[in-house]
Write a protein that binds this ligand. Structure first.
Ligand code: SF4
Length: 473
């Protein structure tokens, strides 16, 4: 089987040296892939086959990747798919046999809270440099543990992770060295982009297994108003440097009541495509952490507009667009709490949280002698209650979230298990709770209509028909 796998990767990469040859062979690749891939990966190949048959814009995105990204990235991502499908699949099955639950697919690590900017509403610039941070050895320990589960994908967040690109604070090695050491893994790094210059872009291209997602809040006026004079220009320069170095990169967009009209416009998305972004992650503002501001939270009606917009973009433009909430149908709802094929989050303090927006924890990597602190967290009562809530509450993958759609579930899990807030001054489960519950009810009504009547998600009908998506595993 290993020989077959390597042959398959080589065939795909050989074909990729000629755009037309690759595209005209995509259907065959999907069919052969479906035949030899483990069951867990057949859905993705089925979708690829469907995209070819329907001349979907995803094929134009594949053309863009072949034309604009360095072949290193194609090798990295095809290998990631294959490693995840084969080597990882065996490890995940072994994990499931041993622990009675399939493991999560990835981990988000936030090595630091510090940032070089002082954005309005973000605490990192003001407090971050005084906060603890993860060491190089901490990072390695986390990666080694999840790698043993079959995970080949790591997300790095912050603070501003490029501050640790060359070296992690007092260490001699940095994130760049981690990417180099784990060359068969792929890293997605959320960054404000302002420290990415030609040299860093060239290093990312050479590594071929790291993709930066650069935060953009809108055009110059919106970005500079929130993040400081000149920041938009620096972000544009970073994108130019990445594009010139042929790095596979994208954007990360947080939408609030203040920038909603701009970032939901075609003009904005087309600007991202023109700048060379291959993907855009959209995140609605969630009032967690210190100094939450509910006036920035979009309304349920705006959330519906964004759900429709991301769907429209996905089906009309050569860029992959996903919304962390509204794209729930793609990933079968909430992916938090170490759910099978989901994820968990390790903060800069070492706290292990169910999700980057669920800043509650019952385990910390520094407060245990265990060799498997992440597994301990996955098996904990706190994570188990969140996963139980996912099974019981999620009858609509457009309203999957226990922070904003079913906040009573998170509140009960925190209160019953004694999980603690990882941030001082968090009020999402206290002062803000009645407001969030009210909003949740309004959204759930809209989401039900969208899911059952809009016809937008009919392509998922088969996948969801028998209710099996609610089952763990
Ligand atoms: S808890 Fe909410 S934000 Fe986090 S993964 Fe689940 S749905 Fe997404």
């Amino acid at each position: 089987m290993i020989g077959l796998k390597e042959k398959f990767v080589d065939t795909v990469l050989n074909l990729a040296s000629d755009e037309e040859r690759l595209v005209s062979n995509l259907r065959n690749i999907a069919r052969i892939g479906k035949y030899i891939a483990p069951a867990t990966h057949r859905d993705q190949l089925q979708r690829l086959e469907w995209a070819v048959d329907h001349d979907h814009p995803a094929i134009d995105l594949i053309r863009r990747i072949i034309r604009e990204a360095d072949p290193h990235f194609l090798r990295g991502f095809v290998t990631l798919f294959m490693e995840h499908a084969w080597a990882g699949s065996k490890q995940r099955k072994a994990f499931e046999r041993e622990h009675g639950i399939a493991p999560p697919s990835f981990v988000v690590i936030s090595p630091l809270a510090a940032c070089n900017l002082k954005c309005v509403g973000c605490y990192a610039g003001a407090y971050g440099h005084k906060e603890p941070h993860l060491s190089y050895d901490d990072m390695v320990k986390i990666i080694e543990e999840v790698r043993g589960w079959g995970t080949r994908f790591i997300t790095i967040s912050g603070g501003e992770p490029t501050l640790y690109w060359n070296r992690i604070k007092d260490d001699t090695k940095g994130l760049r060295d981690i990417c180099r050491e784990y060359s068969d893994m792929v890293f997605l790094m959320y960054t404000n982009g302002t420290l990415i210059d030609d040299r860093m872009a060239a290093e990312m291209a050479e590594l071929g297994n790291i993709t930066p997602a650069i935060s953009v809040e809108g055009f110059k006026e919106q970005t500079d108003a929130r993040r400081g004079e000149g920041v938009f220009e620096r972000v544009m320069q970073a994108m130019d440097a990445l594009r010139a170095a042929r790095v596979f990169f994208g954007a990360s967009v947080t939408y609030t009541t203040q920038n909603f009209d701009i970032v939901s416009s075609d003009e904005f998305l087309d600007m991202l495509i023109d700048k060379g972004c291959f993907y855009a992650w959209y995140f609605m503002y969630i009032p967690v952490g210190r100094s939450p501001d509910i006036s920035l939270m979009i309304t349920p009606q705006q959330r519906e507009i964004m759900a429709r917009k991301t769907w429209e973009w996905l089906n009309s433009r050569p860029i992959f667009v996903a919304d962390f909430w509204n794209s729930g149908p793609m990933v079968k709802g909430c992916i938090a709490a170490g759910r099978p094929n989901g994820y968990l989050h390790v903060t800069h303090q070492g706290d292990i949280c169910p999700c980057v927006f669920m800043l509650y924890s019952a385990h910390n990597i520094h407060e245990t002698d265990s060799d498997t602190p992440l597994l301990d967290a996955v098996k904990s009562d706190f994570f188990a209650m969140i996963r139980k809530g996912q099974l019981e509450k999620e009858n609509n993958p457009l309203a999957p979230c226990q922070i904003v759609d079913h906040p009573e579930v998170l509140k009960e899990a925190v209160e019953k298990t004694g999980a603690r807030s990882t941030q001082e001054g968090q009020t999402i489960l206290t002062d803000l709770h009645p407001f969030i519950r009210q909003r949740a009810q309004e959204w759930c009504q809209i989401a039900d209509r969208l899911w059952t009547q809009s016809g937008l998600y009919k392509g998922y009908a088969k996948e969801y028909a028998d209710g099996r998506w609610l089952l763990p595993g």
